[in-house]
Every structure is written in C-alpha cells, then in structure tokens.
Ligand binder design. Structure first.
Ligand SMILES: [Zn+2]
Length: 156
C-alpha cells in the first residue's frame, strides 16, 4: 500500500526499505535491528510498534503527499531540498553514481541518449537514470512538500 510513498522517499534521498508480504513481527524485527522508522497505515500494527518502543509513523495511506509531509514533520525535517534528491535508486534503494553518456548509451533509447547529458547508474541494480521530465516532476513535488512543511512550521 505504501510502495509509492517508499519510492518517492528514495527519490528524495532517504534510505527506505520496502517490504511486502512480510509478517508484522518480521517488520518490527527489521525496524528495531536496523534502527529504522516503520511506516504503516495499519492502526493495530502501529499500536504494537509503540508498545515495543520501536520508531514508527502512522500514515493515512490515501494521500501520498500528505503522508510524506506527515512523516517528515514527525521527525523534525523542515525541508527535503538538501537531503539528496535523486541520490538513490527508486527501485532498490541503492546509491546512484554519475555515469558518462558513453558508458550508458547502449542501454538507452536513442532519443534519450541524444537529448540528455547527465546520467546516473544505480550501484546495486545497474538501472540507468537521467535528468528527464520525471526528475523535473520530482523536483516540483519536492518544492510542494517543502511549502507544506513550511506552512505548519509557521503555524506552530
Ligand atoms: Zn537500484
């Protein structure tokens, strides 16, 4: 359910693990062992997280922008601008490294190779990224989230 939130958090540069089809107790164990903040839309599971003193955030699960703002606010993050947008692979959470167009050109659609100059490759799964319209949308979304974060900051 929170897969899309997880992918966005990765794109914004947060180290985000996404587990599906895993028992709640296993998620709890991973959260505690790896000192991670557990995100869930399940109220009963959230109660368990609180009970064992693990870190967690209960999200609505229906509006991803609201959820992301809520998560960041809870941990005192007032801007995602400097976190490292596009430093992480949205698919596997690996770190991205710059790659030259020569290195990646055989793996790209011809048009992409012609139109873009900046490329990145995931150091874990090898997926290639480039500065395209997708990243532009992500930066716009980041701006919107930063605005929302600022709003509540002022209200407090
Ligand atoms: Zn990857």
């Amino acid at each position: 359910m929170l897969g899309s939130v997880a992918r966005k958090l990765r794109i914004f540069g947060f180290d985000t693990l996404y587990v599906a089809h895993v028992e709640d107790s296993e998620v709890l164990k991973i959260g505690i062992d790896q000192d991670r903040i557990i995100l869930t839309a399940d109220k009963e599971f959230f109660k368990r997280i609180v009970k064992v003193n693990a870190k967690g955030v209960l999200v609505g699960g229906s509006n991803e922008v609201e959820d992301i703002v809520h998560i960041l606010e809870k941990y005192g993050i007032t801007s995602i601008d400097g976190i490292g947008i596009c430093s992480r692979c949205s698919i596997c959470n690996g770190q991205l490294a710059e790659a030259s167009s020569k290195e990646v050109q055989t793996e790209l659609p011809e048009k992409v190779a012609l139109l873009h100059k900046e490329f990145f490759r995931c150091t874990d799964c090898d997926k290639v990224y480039w500065e395209g319209s997708h990243i532009k949308r992500i930066r716009e979304l980041a701006k919107r989230i930063d605005l929302d974060l600022g709003k509540d900051h002022k209200a407090n």
